[in-house]
Every structure is written in structure tokens, then in C-alpha cells.
Ligand binder design. Sequence first.
Ligand code: FAD
Length: 459
Amino acid sequence: MTTRPSIVWFRDDLRLADHPALNAAAEHGAPIIAVYVLDEQSPGIRPLGGAARWWLHGSLTALAASLERLGVPLVLRRGAAGTVITELAASIDAGAVLWNRRYGAAERAVDTAVKTDLRAAGVLAHSFAGSLLFEPWTIMTGAGGSYSVFTPFWRACNAGPPPREPYPAPLALTGWSSAVDSEPLTSWALEPTKPDWAGGLRAAWTPGETAAHELLDAFLRDTLPRYATERDAPAEEATSRLSPHLRWGEISPYQVWHATQKVQRTATGGAAASGIRFLTELGWREFAWHVLFHTPDLATVNLRRDYDAFPWPPLDDRVLSAWQQGRTGFALVDAGMRELWRTGSMHNRVRMVTASFLIKNLLIDWRQGEQWFWDTLVDADSASNPFGWQWVAGSGADAAPYFRVFNPELQAKKFDPNQEYIRQNITEWGTDAYPAPIVDLGETRRAALAAYAAIKRPT
Ligand code: FAD
């Protein structure tokens, strides 16, 4: 009699260590087959942006190699995930399918349907918490609602038991040895070819679990003590750069949490404050997912519905494109937009400045900016990205007030006083080749405030 294999379904958790579903499969003891489904068909699943597709290629390559070392095949399939998984389970007579949970509405709909179908077919289907420290339905207000303000949310998270310890990486696994059809990764064309615009991304990043841990270790060892004081200065490289690794689940928040807590035990003074600050930023990631879970249309609908009446002027494509290309004539904005295009990332302070500039100086709907970031960020994530944009717009959860308009020139003076970041990203800075400002900051600020005032309900 053969043992029926267990399928571990990898999604936004492209790692071996602290992977609860893989861990459970290993404990179960049946031979394991791993699968990743590129799902561009299930209703409501947001198609990946270009930079995210590039990252996924590298991350799947790294995961396949790690699994292969343990004798476990990674099967790649494309299609509607529900159909692919149930058919695969039937075709190999799987005894179990295991996965770590996702929290977007469309993804949950797929997962719930798969669970029902598998169970109806007599297959064990089980899901685990692996991508968030505090699952969105476990943190609720006294009145039983969700949170819309960060501080009480994070206080509530920290009032309960601490996040569980991470699971170690499996040292040995039993792989399923029968051949199963898998699509070649290259056939998915995740990497750009003509033109190959990913040179800057390759120079800036190494996708995969090993690189994620190297970054975390180096950050905790060398950078964390100055995090609290320097995290807002884009030239200082004082942040962890873990966001794409967390986005793709190459490292889990449990691993980051506990590694930081370990350092915290011996940290004092400024270093201890830095650790708390860093963990709080992880808290913002949790909060973004909490908000998305409870308001699934975060990327398209104003959380505060009074913003629906905002009088956006007709879109001027030339102005949008000047912003996208980093040719607005405002150095910090342009430096950020060029950093984004070149590396697939942008420093958090500059994300806020560029977003504020688009919305409040160019009077362009935040959804245009959200979509551009979605396409160009390697960490583009369906919670943090719309959450960040709505925060800047003023329409979101615990958002910046509408009258807070970041002045890109003052922000540059404060956070890039030696223009180091600006010079790193704008080669023609200081020459005649650099564009003149496309708007007047004072005038556009006044126009934005007038437009915002018009939609504010009388109190
Ligand atoms: P660190 O400062 O080292 O923080 C550690 C981790 O905490 C990050 O890796 C990230 O996972 C989390 N984190 C930090 N700040 C935030 C935040 N404000 N909101 C949510 N999580 C946070 N982050 C994304 O991961 N994906 C996005 O698509 C994204 N889009 C954004 C769009 C806008 C308009 C804004 C203002 C912010 C956005 N952020 C997004 C949040 C933030 O800018 C990035 O997480 C951060 O810059 C990543 O750099 P880091 O890893 O060095 O952060």
C-alpha cells in the first residue's frame, strides 16, 4: 500500500523555515509535494505588477532550489487556483493539502472553496497562520468591531500573549517521488525581456529566503541602534529593507519579531528605543492587513466615504507622466520616483512626500498613484500599498489630516540636508538639464485645501 502524499500549497510564504503548513506536513510524515499556482484567473485576484513579477521569478527559483536539496519537487502550475489544486490533489490521490492563510477577500474566497471541495472529496485540508502575527479577526474592539486607529490596535495586539516562537527550517523531508507535470518557470515570462528594464532591480535586490535572513542579521547587528533617529533620512540606509522579503513571505514576521526581541534583551537607551520603534513599524504592517480584511475594497474605495465627493479635475496625462518619470522639477519627489523606477523601491519618507505631491499639489486621484506604485514596487502589497495611499490622501484609517500637505522643498531640507539622496538619484541635478518646477507649490496647496474644505461635512 502506498502512502497518499501531502501537498503543501505555497503562496505568499516562499520559505522553508517558520512555515507552519510545511512543518505540519513534515510531522504528518507522508511524502510531500510542493506546489505554487500563478493565479491570474480567479475573480478579484489583483494581477501582479511588473516589479512584483520580477521578484516572484527570483523567489520561486530560490524556493525550488531549497526544496530540491531536501528532495521535494516544486510543481508550478498556472490557472484558477481552486481548480488547479483540487485537480492536482485528485490526480495524485493526495491525502492532505496544507497551506498558510491569506487575508484578501478574493484570496479567501478561493481558499474557502478549495477547502470545501477537498473535504468533500475526502482530502484533509488544513490552513495555518504564517504571514501575520495577529490575524485580523482576533483583534477586536471592546464593542466587537475592527480598529480604525493604530495606537489602540497595537496596544490590543500587545496586551495578549506574545507571538509564538518561529518553527525551525526542516532538516530533512520526504519528497513525493512520482513524476508530476510542472510548467517551466520561464514559460510564465515573469522577467522582462524586451526591453529588460530589471537591471537596477537585480543590482539592488536578491530575492529569496537566504538573502532575507542575511539582511535581517545585518540590520539587527549594524543598523538597529540608529533606526529610531535616522529612519526618516533616505540617504542614511537606516531601515531594514525587509519589506519585499516580508511581502513574499521569504521571512516571516514571527522570525523578525523574535530576532528583534532577542537583541532587545540586552539593548539599552537609544538602541532599546530603536527596537521598540522597529517592532511598531511591523505593527503598521499588521494594521494595514487588519484594515484590508475588514474593508476589502481598500484599493479602490475611499475608507472615509465623504472623500467620494472630492472634485478631482480631469486627469492631465502629461502631468501624471512627469510625476511617474521623476521630472516634476521638485528634487525630492523626482529623486524618489527615479529611485522607484530604478530599484523597485522607495524610502518610506519619500513615499509619503511623492504621494502627497501627486494628490495635493498635482490634484491627481490617489488611485492613480496607488496603481503606479503597485506596478513598480517590489514590495507592492495589497494591504500596505492602498493603506499608505489612503493614509496620505486623508481618506484612510488613522490618516494624515487632509490639511497636511508635505512641502517637498522643506522635506528635502529636513531629511536630505546635504542633498545626498537627491544627487544619488538625479544625475543631472544642479545642471540646466534638470526640469523647471511644473507647478507652484503655494498656489496648488491653496487649491487643494479649498477642494478638501468643500467636501468636509460641517461639524
Ligand atoms: P522598515 O522601516 O525597516 O520597517 C520594517 C517593516 O515594517 C517593513 O519591511 C514593512 O513590512 C513594515 N512597515 C514599515 N512601515 C510600514 C508602513 N507605513 N505600513 C505598513 N508596513 C510598514 N509597504 C509595503 O510593504 N508594501 C507596499 O506596497 C507599501 N506601499 C506604500 C505606499 C505608500 C504611499 C506609503 C506611504 C507607504 C507604503 N509602504 C508599503 C510602507 C513603507 O513605506 C514600507 O513598508 C517601507 O518603506 C519598507 O522599507 P523597510 O523594509 O526598510 O522598512
